[in-house]
Design a protein around this ligand. Structure first.
Ligand code: MLT
Length: 244
């Protein structure tokens, strides 16, 4: 039987390198780990973009690789993209993993902060985020090197790509009404010490998805793929077994 394909989508303002500790530990799958448009090595097409645009990019990339049906894992903003794919092309998704993500949209206040972030990134580059985000993204005792990895990836981010992503997240829709319709094996990872997406929000989201498994990452903040890669890789491997 052909190996399943697993798409691993990074969050904001990161790139595919965020999965590097997890990918060597995932067994029995063909992995696709893209950089979203305007992130890592992927160029940003002109004009604004939405979460649905990122989702269409992903569906196109997989089609281009000859993959019709695949499992999709998304970290935080990557999870917003998984929700969009489940809405736009549910027949193509065989399983879903939501890592430190949320179904709720931004508040009005949150949208204002996103716009300020976008304008600042355009004006001065992503350096200010590299200074503040890594400490906020980790739990109380991150493994050595995690903060440095985050600092490096964020420091190398594309200013226009960061701005576009901040605006795309601000305009995303509420995925809560769609949770009950998710009909594929799903795993939700929640970092017990997540300071960006409160663990209670992940827990409520998992409860609203029929049959979803909630995995508590007890030693993690917002980036369990860096903080507890063995746990994340093991649970993703189990998820893939559930679609066989
Ligand atoms: C992410 O990690 O992708 C972002 O923190 C998500 C967000 O800000 O909503």
């Amino acid at each position: 039987m052909k190996e399943p394909t697993l798409l691993l989508i990074h969050g904001f303002p990161l790139d595919g390198r965020i999965w590097e500790k997890v990918t060597p530990k995932i067994r029995g799958a063909s992995l696709i780990v893209p950089d979203l448009r305007g992130h890592g090595k992927s160029p940003l097409p002109p004009g604004p973009c939405t979460i649905d645009d990122y989702a269409r990019d992903m569906l196109e990339v997989l089609k281009h690789s000859g993959v019709e049906r695949f499992a999709a894992a998304g970290h935080s903003m990557g999870g917003y993209i998984v929700f969009a794919m489940l809405r736009l092309a549910p027949e193509r998704i065989s399983a879903a993993a939501l890592v430190s993500s949320r179904a709720l949209p931004d508040t009005e206040e949150g949208r204002k902060t996103r716009e300020a972030t976008a304008q600042r990134a355009e004006k001065e580059g992503p350096g200010f985020l590299a200074g503040t985000m890594p400490e906020k993204a980790v739990g109380d005792s991150p493994p050595p090197g995690v903060i440095d990895t985050l600092r490096k990836i964020i420091g190398e981010a594309q200013p226009q790509g960061v701005a576009a992503a901040a605006r795309a997240m601000a305009s995303r829709i509420d995925s809560t009404p769609h949770l009950g319709r998710i009909a594929v094996p799903t795993v939700v990872f929640a970092g017990r010490g997540d300071k960006i997406v409160p663990a209670a929000e992940s827990e409520a989201m998992a409860k609203a998805i029929p049959g979803a498994k909630l995995v508590w990452c007890e030693k993690s903040g917002h980036v369990p793929m860096l903080e507890e890669p063995d746990l994340v890789a093991g649970e993703l491997t189990s998820l893939l077994h559930r679609i066989r």
